[in-house]
Design a protein around this ligand. Structure first.
Ligand SMILES: Cc1cc2nc3c(=O)[nH]c(=O)nc-3n(C[C@H](O)[C@H](O)[C@H](O)COP(=O)(O)OP(=O)(O)OC[C@H]3O[C@@H](n4cnc5c(N)ncnc54)[C@H](O)[C@@H]3O)c2cc1C
Ligand code: FES
Length: 262
């Protein structure tokens, strides 16, 4: 983990409330693994005081890393107002990372799609490329289209869904799983998105005995395991006595069986 001032190489509004930030941060980009995140200081002053966590969306091998974020409140609004060539203080790479397996399906919902591009690209860069399928969903075409061009360029089986039917299947990602994950394959699913979506994906994986990793998002104060504010209930199926897991310290990537889904 490092702290450094990163230069903003590009800041793009992909749609009304979604922004892609490209940062020049060579030492953090060189160490980053898919699923990890960075903590960004959103401005020069003390308001907002706390850094904001964002998954690493992409790295380019030339020192750049990208995050994609939705403008929600004070922190993301301040980030969206930044301009090219400004510097921003970042800490990273933080957290653990996704693990690869021979037959993989990546399932992303909303802004949870962000870390899956880095994961897909890194899997495709391996010597023995696994079977890889991708299912992406968002509220509508506008939101999903912020992500689709780069996934389409990967030339992989890609299944799309929107809540309003404006692009791809009209409905939930889980409704696409039987089509995408047919056959006797021993799939491993990697999922990131809203909690109810990941819970539903995890249930289907459990029914089929497919392994499933999820990337959890919680509110985070410190991001470095000092405040314990990012606790999620643990299933304790291994009888470790742990009632809670901490997303910044133990995650953000978890095997679904380690989580007590509520
Ligand atoms: C490991 C990790 C990775 C993340 N990756 C991304 C990413 O790639 N892209 C992205 O857009 N967002 C991501 N997030 C969420 C992002 O950190 C928050 O959206 C951001 O911190 C909001 O800051 P804000 O100051 O704009 O909002 P605030 O003013 O802090 O809050 C505005 C509203 O957003 C809600 N909110 C704030 N943080 C979260 C959160 N973590 N989860 C759900 N609701 C929240 C608040 O409850 C409130 O209603 C990630 C979070 C974590 C923990
Ligand atoms: S955010 Fe402080 S311990 Fe995880």
């Amino acid at each position: 983990m490092e702290q450094q001032n990163a230069t903003i190489s590009k800041i793009e509004r992909l749609c009304t409330d979604i922004v892609r930030l490209t940062l020049y941060a060579p030492s953090i980009a060189a160490k980053a693994k898919p699923g990890q995140f960075i903590n960004l200081k959103t401005g020069p002053g003390f308001d907002p005081l706390l850094r904001r966590p964002f998954s690493i969306h992409n790295i380019d091998g030339e020192g750049h890393l990208q995050v994609i974020f939705k403008i929600l409140g004070k922190g993301t609004s301040a980030l969206a107002d930044l301009r090219q060539s400004q510097t921003i203080n970042i800490v990273g790479p933080l957290g653990n990372h996704f693990q690869a397996s021979p037959s993989m399906c990546l399932i992303g919902g909303g802004l949870g799609i962000a870390p899956l591009l880095f994961l897909a690209r890194s899997i495709l860069g391996q010597q023995d490329v696994p079977t890889l399928k991708i299912i992406l969903a968002a509220r509508n075409k506008q939101e999903l289209s912020c992500f689709t061009p780069e996934f389409e360029a990967l030339d992989l089986p890609l299944y799309l869904a929107t809540d309003d039917g404006s692009l791809g299947h009209h409905g939930l990602v889980t409704e696409l799983m039987p089509t995408a994950l047919s056959g006797d394959t021993d799939w491993q699913v990697c999922s990131c998105g809203p909690h109810p979506m990941m819970s539903a994906v995890a249930t289907i994986c459990r029914q089929h005995k497919w392994r499933c990793q999820v990337s959890l998002e919680t509110m985070m104060a410190c991001g470095i395991s000092a405040c314990l504010g990012c606790a999620v209930p643990a299933s304790d199926h291994n009888n470790t006595g742990k009632q809670y897991l901490h997303v910044c310290q133990d995650g953000p990537i978890f095997w679904e069986g380690d989580i007590k889904w509520t």
